[in-house]
Design a protein around this ligand. Structure first.
Ligand code: ACO
Length: 403
């Protein structure tokens, strides 16, 4: 199958060989949110199924969350980070507009040879990135692709807007997708859609070329996520089942054959409605929205890693990833599982820490939303520290580009 450098020959199959996730330690409960906005634990649980979500610490960034999940997936695949040929990060909350978060992840995982870029498809980002990885490997161009969905949404939320701030959380999920000499398994059917009619149903107005950040855009709160909840809900319930059915039919499967659905974890009611649309029992839906909230592009990756580690997936199972998100986008992948779930134990060898170097002549201001810091500190325990935001090597900013 392989040419001299592993490229140029078409594999017999393309398979998921590693998986991993990382969720920041700090938990934000519905009770915490009751102190910030006019809401209640009962309302949030009954309307969304969310009990708590995670909040990244000040020294963490999307790239550091992604790097930990990525290193875990690489360990599970039994690879050295240097064996990764391409790094794809699905995110709508990158560290910077440039460089890509994938470029920062490359350095953080200790890889010097991979190509790296971000995939921007909002909550469908992980599924889109997985499809991209599969296509690159299927073409013979690369052997091992690291696919990560990572988000640090709590830094883009208005913690006085009860419409949005109760829904989202931080985290990262990853898989390694690899060329295989064996026949069968892996991605069997795929569907991706984009419907720009929904472009302004969930969006972040300022920061791009249409509305560069300024004191005025900040005054207007245009650097926060805005959402038409009802329209988004309607789109999600309509599209998720359709996308999943299309991917299943392209795989040549009957929906009843599917062992487990790994849906985007946005809202338990959306997941229930998808189960109903597919005529499936909720036993076939993996759910962890109660513990993480909506982690956007990270959601399917985290759910997949947990599903495998919790013993919900075995070799030969037919599983379906299905997501929707801003754009509107949707993506579904019908996948035959091939990896030994016991390999998941290897992730324990990866410490939950990663760092990305920052320039010596620049320091970020406190990245935490002030209202969020106040409520977290108010709970007791140690105050949230604002260290050097990204501990790094000072010479980085002035390092010359190697010839
Ligand atoms: N706490 C208490 N009350 C609230 C809250 C809250 N957090 N939010 C809204 N309400 C109130 C409303 O004001 C309204 O009050 P009213 O009847 O007096 O007018 C009432 O609760 C019902 O509001 P609805 O908006 O009708 O509530 P709904 O049942 O539609 O649930 C929700 C709202 C949870 C946002 C739901 O519409 C939803 O999940 N939508 C999809 C959102 C989503 O998945 N977004 C992610 C997109 S993916 C991406 O790319 C990031």
């Amino acid at each position: 199958m392989s040419g001299k450098d592993g490229r140029g020959l078409v594999p017999r199959s393309v398979r998921i060989t590693g998986w991993g996730h990382y969720a920041p330690e700090r938990v934000l409960t519905n009770a915490d949110l009751e102190k910030l906005v006019d809401t209640s634990d009962d309302w949030i649980r009954s309307r969304t199924g969310i009990r708590e979500r995670r909040v990244a610490a000040p020294h963490e960034t999307t790239a550091t969350l992604a790097a930990i999940a990525g290193k875990r997936a690489i360990a599970v695949a039994g690879l050295d980070p240097q064996e990764i040929d391409l790094i794809l990060v699905g995110t709508l909350t990158p560290d910077y507009w440039m460089p890509s978060t994938a470029a920062l992840v490359k350095e953080a995982i200790g890889n010097t040879r991979a190509a790296a870029f971000d995939v921007m498809a909002a909550c469908s980002g992980f599924v889109y990135a997985y499809a991209t990885a599969d296509a690159y490997i299927r073409s013979g161009m690369y052997r091992h692709v690291l696919v990560i969905g990572a988000e640090l949404l709590t830094r883009f939320l208005d913690f006085s807007d009860r419409n949005t701030c109760i829904l989202f959380g931080d985290g990262a999920g990853a898989v390694v997708v690899s060329a295989s000499d064996e026949e069968g398994g892996g991605l069997a059917g795929m569907e991706m859609t984009t419907d720009p009619d929904g472009a302004y149903m969930i969006w972040l107005p300022s920061g791009g070329s249409k509305s560069p950040p300024s004191a005025e855009t900040v005054r207007r709160g245009e650097h926060y996520v805005r959402m038409e909840g009802k329209e988004t809900y309607r789109y999600a319930t309509k599209t998720l089942a359709t996308s999943a059915l299309t991917a299943i039919s392209r795989a040549g499967w009957d929906p009843a054959e599917v062992d487990l659905f790994i849906p985007h974890q946005a809202n338990i009611r959306i997941i229930e409605s998808v189960a109903k649309g597919l005529d499936m029992s909720m036993d076939k839906m993996f759910v962890n929205v109660d513990r993480y909230g909506n982690t956007s592009a990270a959601s399917v990756g985290i759910a997949l890693a947990e599903a495998v580690d919790f013993g919900r997936v075995k070799v030969g199972d037919k599983i379906v990833f299905v997501a929707f998100g801003a754009g509107f986008t949707s993506g579904a992948a019908a996948v035959e599982w091939t990896a030994d779930p016991a390999n998941g134990r290897r992730a324990a060898s990866v410490a939950p820490a990663a760092s990305v170097r920052a320039p010596v002549d620049w320091d970020s201001v406190d990245p935490m939303p002030a209202r969020l810091t106040a409520v977290l500190n108010d709970r007791g325990g140690p105050p949230v520290p604002l260290d050097d935001v990204v501990p790094g090597e000072p010479e980085h900013a002035h390092r010359k580009v190697p010839a």
